[in-house]
Design a protein around this ligand. Structure first.
Ligand SMILES: [Zn+2]
Length: 100
């Protein structure tokens, strides 16, 4: 994936770019969770909140929650030439450098 950087399950700090790790999280709904992040760079010290939103299903659950209705995608991988789906919660899509 071009433009993607691996952080081993961590998120880059929006200020210094170092990996920030999840310290705790709070479930708001079955498909929305807030996660508290702390930058691993001691000279930076940033702490913030990120949101995790479950957007769609790739493989159906064997024990589905009747309160959850997610769109289903056919496969994990995008078919060649298929358009990239737009996140339902974003008004605009930023380039990766702007999003960080
Ligand atoms: Zn930082």
């Amino acid at each position: 994936m071009l433009g993607m950087k691996r952080y081993g399950g961590r998120v880059p700090c929006p200020h210094c770019g170092s990996a920030s790790a999840a310290r705790s999280s709070r479930g708001v709904s079955p498909t929305y969770r807030e996660t508290y992040l702390r930058c691993s760079n001691l000279e930076c010290g940033w702490v913030g909140v990120a949101s995790i939103i479950i957007e769609r299903t790739v493989v159906q659950s064997a024990s589905p929650n009747p309160r959850v209705a997610l769109p289903v995608t056919a496969t994990r991988r995008k078919a060649a030439g298929a358009p990239t789906p737009q996140p339902a919660n974003d008004d605009q899509v930023l380039a990766p450098a702007e999003a960080l």
